[in-house]
Design a protein around this ligand. Structure first.
Ligand SMILES: [Zn+2]
Length: 213
């Protein structure tokens, strides 16, 4: 589950001071509502108990999504003015926390350090776009009797691919290429599947080093 902390806040409209709840750790895979709030920009909004006004208030939090190989330290946007200082601090924090992250299966991902939840929102929005294209591709693959193998999420983001690849028979280069080509031939709009075709064409081995085992 995601974890909350308490911090002092002051309403910029009426000056009311109060203890506000802040999320300190957000598990994106388990808390779709919080993930949605980050994407929509509502995550950083507080409601004043005095005047019921909404105002933005940022606190540092950690966003994790083992499924998507994400571990993100999100600092308030204004920390970006002293970027190096805060990056250094966050890297030290990560060293301290590393053990507990390892236990949660987050070893595959090096952490990202962001200034402002807006940066995370952009990443999650792009992920969503990739997921939607992946869903379309998987549906088309299913219709053609192909199966799907998961691509490592970090690799998919780096090369702008779907999060999975289709294949006929066994998941090797030739079978994946055949399936991906068949899908792009019948739907020209799947740009990421086209990127996948390009990656597979260049691959020199039959083994696919970028799929989840
Ligand atoms: Zn107020």
């Amino acid at each position: 589950m995601s974890i909350k902390g308490i911090s002092k806040a002051e309403c910029p409209s009426c000056g009311f001071k109060f203890d506000a709840d802040f999320w300190t750790v957000v598990h994106g895979d388990q808390d779709p509502a919080l993930k949605e709030a980050i994407i929509s920009g509502e995550f950083d909004l507080l409601m004043c108990p005095g005047c019921s006004g909404l105002f933005p208030c940022e606190e540092t939090f950690i966003y994790t999504s083992p499924e998507k190989e994400l571990l993100v330290f999100v600092m308030p946007a204004e920390y970006g003015k002293e970027r190096e200082k805060w990056l250094e601090k966050m890297r030290l924090d990560f060293e301290t926390l590393k053990g507990s992250f390892l236990k949660e299966g987050l070893t595959a991902s090096e952490p990202l350090y962001y200034f402002g939840a807006g940066m995370l929102s952009e990443l999650l929005l792009r992920d969503r776009d990739m997921e939607e294209e992946t869903d379309v591709m998987e549906f088309m693959a299913g219709e053609r009797g192909f199966r799907n193998a998961k691509i490592l999420p970090g690799f998919a983001r780096l090369h702008d691919l779907p999060f999975s690849l289709p294949y006929a028979g066994c998941p090797c280069r030739d079978h994946a290429l055949e399936a991906a080509r068949a899908i792009t031939a019948s739907n020209d709009a799947l740009a990421r599947v086209k990127n996948l075709v390009g990656i597979l064409e260049e691959l020199k081995t039959q083994e696919l080093p970028f799929i989840k085992k």
